[in-house]
Design a protein around this ligand. Structure first.
Ligand SMILES: Cc1cc2nc3c(=O)[nH]c(=O)nc-3n(C[C@H](O)[C@H](O)[C@H](O)COP(=O)(O)O)c2cc1C
Length: 175
């Protein structure tokens, strides 16, 4: 049996949805625990063979809590099969959707000084109807500037689910 811990840092839940899709494609011999970053703080990480961390971007940043968690647990993370992925909407653009060309991955690697064994980036979701007034119009402005969708009556899911599935299958091969 392989015990996998999947930790997500999310504001609106899309990163959790991606984690669940990864779980669907992990092999049956995986025992998986899915937790928030906050819940992960109270776990004994050494009990798991594999640790996967997924985190979304908000206003240009991964959460401070994510960096704190990695700083505190870097040594134990490095002893494990470890994986990191970021979720952001810049990654909807083909020229920004790989670990090598996505600016948030570059920034994450620089700030965290952690080198995950496997890295991915997935395009997220714009969920205008569920955003608060301020967020809705800031995101609309950013979308306008970056030639994205601006109809605030709709949600837009940019996630390439076949890429998520492929990533989960790659994870399977590593243990
Ligand atoms: C208030 C807000 C700010 C965001 N800022 C950025 C950003 O700076 N860059 C980016 O690529 N995506 C940005 N996004 C898009 C999110 O990364 C995307 O919606 C993602 O799916 C959110 O994942 P979550 O639901 O797990 O939090 C932002 C979204 C919101 C709602």
């Amino acid at each position: 049996m392989i015990s996998s811990l999947i930790i997500y840092s999310s504001t609106d839940g899309h990163t959790k949805t991606i984690c669940k899709r990864i779980i669907d494609f992990l092999k049956d011999e995986n025992v998986v625990r899915l937790v928030t970053l906050n819940e992960a703080k109270n776990l004994n990480l050494s009990e798991f063979n594999r640790i996967i961390i997924g985190a979304s971007i908000r206003y240009g940043k991964h959460s401070k809590e994510l960096y704190k968690f990695i700083e505190l647990n870097k040594n134990i993370l490095n002893e494990k099969e470890n994986v990191f992925f970021s979720v952001n909407v810049v990654a909807r653009k083909p020229e920004k959707n790989t670990p090598d060309n996505n600016p948030y991955i570059t920034k994450f690697l620089k700030i965290s000084k952690w080198k995950p064994k496997k890295i991915a980036v997935f395009a997220g979701k714009i969920d205008y109807p569920n955003y608060k007034f301020f967020d809705k119009y800031i995101i609309k402005l950013i979308m306008f500037i970056t030639k994205g969708p601006t109809d605030t009556s709709k949600s837009y899911e940019f996630t390439d689910w076949s890429k998520v599935e492929g990533f989960a299958k790659e994870i399977n091969q590593n243990i």
